[in-house]
Design a binder for this molecule. Structure first.
Ligand code: F6R
Length: 271
């Protein structure tokens, strides 16, 4: 696991965008797994800038991690009103880069058959050749996607109920501003499973802020447990990079060791 610690959110975002940008440059036909939430916004802004400077997304296939059930994209209303992840992705990234519409996959929160949709989504990822690089954030309760405490670490794309902590975090970050009453925000979501995420060939996890420090430490250094579903990162066999700002890294017991490894890799040209 490469654990990269940067001074602040901006530098962490710069690093993460650099990883994704290099990936797309080296493998133009790549399959990217993407995430929503507050954390990737800085990364997406930098990817948009890189696109304006020539980075080509026209051959990229994208799969998003998750979507609330009961909301879906409606381009006639702004994101502040339509809090779907589809709308978020459109406004924060897709409408600013040249990814083809037909190459974008986001779980359909308005499907009449959520279970059937989940199986179809899994198949679609396989048909695309699997995810080359999956970007993930980490929830306050340790989730990846909406794989809440107690979800199987082998789970596939499925319907999940949001935990009280996720409901509260996402209400504060997104729904409150939109003037949505708390009990009116969606309580269920379609999410890639932990097993689906672990099938990706590479994972890039990003986290920022002191609020994430405890859970980041549990994820990376605590026991592997379905109570912190992102702790499955410790069982992952592919290439994994964790990009953190100093605040999010502040509770890591072996922080000095991770910083030392990064320096050594740089020194020996292994980065
Ligand atoms: C979003 C997602 C979630 C978020 C996580 C962190 O697609 O799958 O797991 O990555 O909840 O959210 P923020 O970045 O808002 O702290």
């Amino acid at each position: 696991m490469d654990i990269i610690v940067r001074e602040n959110y901006e530098e962490m975002s710069e690093y993460a965008a650099g990883v994704i940008g290099r990936f797309v440059r080296n493998k133009p036909y790549c399959v990217l797994g993407l995430a929503t939430g507050s954390t990737p916004i800085g990364t997406y802004r930098r990817l948009i800038k890189m696109h304006r400077e020539g980075l080509d997304f026209s051959k990229v296939v994208a799969f998003n991690l998750d979507e609330y059930i009961g909301v879906g994209i409606n381009l006639d209303v702004p994101y502040e009103v339509d809090q779907s992840y589809a709308r978020f992705m459109h406004e924060e990234l897709f409408s600013h880069i040249n990814v083809k519409k037909e190459n974008i996959h986001i779980p359909d929160g308005l499907t009449k058959d959520p279970t059937g949709f989940c199986s179809w989504y899994e198949e679609e990822i396989k048909r695309a050749g699997g995810i080359d690089l999956q970007l993930v954030g980490i929830g306050g309760d340790g989730h990846w996607g909406f794989n809440e405490p107690g979800s199987s670490l082998a789970s596939r794309t499925s319907i999940q109920a949001l935990s009280p902590q996720t409901l509260s975090d996402n209400y504060e970050s997104f729904y409150k501003k939109a003037g949505v009453e708390r009990d009116k925000m969606p309580h269920f979501a379609i999410t890639m499973g932990i097993g689906t995420i672990l099938d990706s060939k590479n994972i890039l996890m990003i986290a920022s802020g002191v609020n994430k420090a405890d859970v980041v430490a549990k994820c990376i250094e605590g026991p592997v447990t379905s109570q912190i579903t992102s702790s499955a990162i410790q069982l992952y066999a592919g290439g994994v990079t964790v990009a953190l700002d100093k605040a999010a890294a502040s509770k890591l017991q072996n922080l000095q060791h991770y910083i030392h490894i990064e320096r050594l890799k740089e020194e020996y040209g292994m980065g």
